[in-house]
Design a protein around this ligand. Structure first.
Ligand code: PEP
Ligand code: MG
Length: 637
């Protein structure tokens, strides 16, 4: 007799299913009459048959993953018991040798939101076969197909373009005669099981055809899950789409889930697992929605409960009072003067590169411009802009901030910002190539023309204009730049500290110029040897990395000792808690994407300089980025 058993198995050992646990799992099945398949809903990879250790590695299972196991055969139950025992025992790995658990919950994407909880439905696994009346089950299959098709058509009517076409195609498939016939043929095993097997079979044959056919596999799996969820009377797996705004709570979110998130209705994200560099954190920050990770117990919060999510501090509160709700919903507005709660002044400036950024900077009441990325004005040019063209490009920014600081960065061409008229496309390592100030060695005229244009534009407007050079690595470069600026009557000349070399030489480089500005995006890239463009290296590109913070601390100490201003204009300045750390390290100005200014101002305004300094000391002393963040949350949270 063919027994089928299904079970959810949790991976508890710190290192997940690497080679040794995989071999132990495969070995546990020897001698048993059972075929086991495992699926890892987190990675979304197709189910793998447990035929040997290699197949298990395909699951990419890590600590905290819940695997869906299906066993078939006389010894189905014994097989799952054996696997369960090994997994629960953590394969004999010392469980407490794991990295110290994150002191959750942890805010990973700033901002506050209040809304009703919507729990991410649990993943579906193959429903077991159960002998049933074939005629009745065939009716249930047809009814489920019709209901799912109607639902998909309703969704299709509310969207446009490619999304609409995909939903309409799925609706057609839900009532496809051939597909329904293959499910109905095995309806005697229960409608849920029959639909699962029939639609999975279709997906497998599409996958085998490759190419465009294979691209439909995830749509077909989605249809299968909808049909089976309908038959089981359970919510459809995947990111829910309620009409009203909601706070999404999940164990963890996979890239495939978050890609479908609609930031206009999803107010905030809360996950039980994950860390500051998890996919949830990255996507939440890019969508600008508050997020908390490592929130133990979040999955137990009842659907519909009103929660307050503070993604800056990591606070998660159920049924908050009216006063807290009003405070959370109050839109932070920057009054135009940044300071800590005890009055220590911190200039809050905007980063700009386009007319849109400039308008946003004015809207946000920015105190000025801390980084004008001039290369963004000329991204589509085939030939170098003339002096007149450049004057026309710079004047609007100066005109928007009369009497205020506007720091213009000379062209940072190359690396992640190639300019056709100057960047050599054949460079093998553009990030280590002819970028930033190095361009002026090969094209001295370009720097000269730009400084002339900046000086002319500055003379025509009332802004307090400074100039700074990107990608400086040597003291010579800093000195030559300051001399060139002085030749054009530009007295306020500075350099960015964004190479490892510049941070290590901060004392000498600071002496050569009138100010420095920390470019934490590149400083992180070069300090961590991690390409800033690679999403897969996001954990290394995290500005909370203590190595980066210690370089910032060194540079700030050099500026303080020399009595010269230092600011931060990399992404780090836009993270409210990190902004407080940067102030504690000695940054006198923070420049960021304009929409971030209000939240940064609000956080600084709630803490004293002394608290910022204590947070800075704790963050730089921490051994890991996660611990740096957690230490700061415990001081400022
Ligand atoms: C930086 O590197 O941090 C920076 C502000 O410059 P960009 O991002 O333009 O390279
Ligand atoms: Mg840079």
């Amino acid at each position: 007799m063919n027994h089928v058993e299904t079970r959810l198995l949790e991976v508890v050992n710190p290192d997940g299913l690497h080679a040794r646990p995989a071999a132990m799992l495969a070995g546990a099945l020897s001698g048993l009459d059972a075929v086991v398949t495992l699926e890892n809903p987190r990675t979304g990879t197709p189910p793998v048959a447990l035929t040997g250790p290699t197949s298990i590695l395909l699951l990419a299972a890590r600590q905290g993953d819940t695997l869906a196991a299906t066993a078939r055969g006389v010894d189905a139950r014994a097989a799952l018991d054996a696997l369960d025992t090994l997994l629960r025992a953590g394969f004999g790995e010392t469980l407490d040798a794991a990295a110290p658990p994150l002191p959750g919950p942890l805010g990973v994407s700033p901002g506050r939101a209040v809304g009703p909880v919507v729990q991410m439905p649990p993943p579906l696994t193959e429903p077991p076969a159960r002998p049933s009346d074939p005629a009745r089950e065939a009716d249930r299959i047809a009814a489920a197909g019709a209901a799912v098709a109607a639902d998909l058509l309703d969704r299709a009517s509310r969207v446009e373009g490619a999304a609409r076409e995909i939903l309409e195609a799925s609706a057609l498939l839900a009532t496809d005669a051939g597909l329904l016939a293959s499910a109905t043929a095995i309806a005697g095993e229960g409608a849920e099981h029959a639909v699962w097997v029939a639609v999975t079979g279709l997906a497998e044959s599409l996958a085998a055809q490759g190419g465009r056919m294979a691209e439909r596999v995830s749509d077909v799996h989605d249809l299968r899950n909808r049909l089976v969820a309908r038959l089981l009377g359970r919510p459809v797996p995947g990111v829910p789409h309620p009409q009203a705004p909601f706070v999404l709570v999940a164990r963890d979110l996979a890239p495939a889930d978050t890609a479908l998130l609609d930031a206009s209705t999803c107010l905030a994200l809360v996950t039980e697992q994950g860390g500051p560099t998890s996919h949830t954190a990255i996507i939440a920050r890019s969508l600008g929605i508050p997020a908390i990770v490592a929130a133990a117990g979040a999955l137990d919060i009842a659907e519909g409960t009103i929660v307050l999510v503070d993604g800056t501090t990591g606070r998660l509160e159920q049924n908050p009072g009216l006063v807290q709700i009003q405070r959370a919903e109050a839109v932070a507005v920057f009054t135009g003067t940044g300071s800590t709660s005890d009055g220590h002044r911190v200039q809050l400036l905007a980063n700009i590169g386009s007319a849109g950024d400039l308008a946003a900077a004015v809207d946000a009441n920015a105190e000025g411009v801390g980084l004008f990325r001039t290369e963004f004005c000329f991204l589509d040019r085939e030939t170098a802009p003339t002096v007149d063209e450049q004057v026309a490009a710079y004047r609007p920014a100066f005109a928007a901030f009369p009497g205020r600081r506007v720091i213009v960065r000379t062209l940072d061409a190359g690396g992640d910002k190639p300019l056709a008229f100057v960047t050599d496309p054949a460079e093998e390592n553009p990030a280590l190539g002819m970028r930033g100030i190095r361009t002026s060695v090969r094209h001295p005229r370009l720097l000269d023309d730009q400084l002339r244009a900046i000086a002319l534009a500055a003379a025509a407007e009332k802004a307090i204009v400074g100039v700074m050079a990107p990608m400086v690595a040597t003291v010579d470069e800093a000195e030559r730049f300051a001399t060139a600026c002085a030749r054009h009557g530009l007295a306020r000349s500075g350099v960015m500290i964004e190479t490892l070399s510049a941070a290590l030489l901060a004392r000498e480089i600071t002496a050569a110029v009138s100010f420095t500005s920390l470019g934490t995006n590149d400083l992180g890239q070069y300090a961590m040897a991690a390409d800033r463009m690679l999403g897969g290296l996001a954990a290394l590109s995290d500005p909370w990395q203590p190595a980066v913070l210690r370089l910032v601390a060194m540079s700030a100490a050099a500026a303080t000792a020399a009595g010269k201003p230092i600011g931060v204009c990399g992404e780090a300045a836009a993270d409210p808690l990190l902004a407080a750390v940067l102030v504690g390290l000695g940054a006198g100005s923070l420049s960021m994407a304009a929409p971030a200014i209000a939240a940064v101002a609000e956080t600084l305004g709630r803490h004293t300089l002394d608290q910022c300094e204590r947070a800075a000391a704790a963050a730089t002393a921490a051994p890991t980025a996660a611990q740096a963040r957690a230490a700061v949350v415990s001081i400022l949270g």
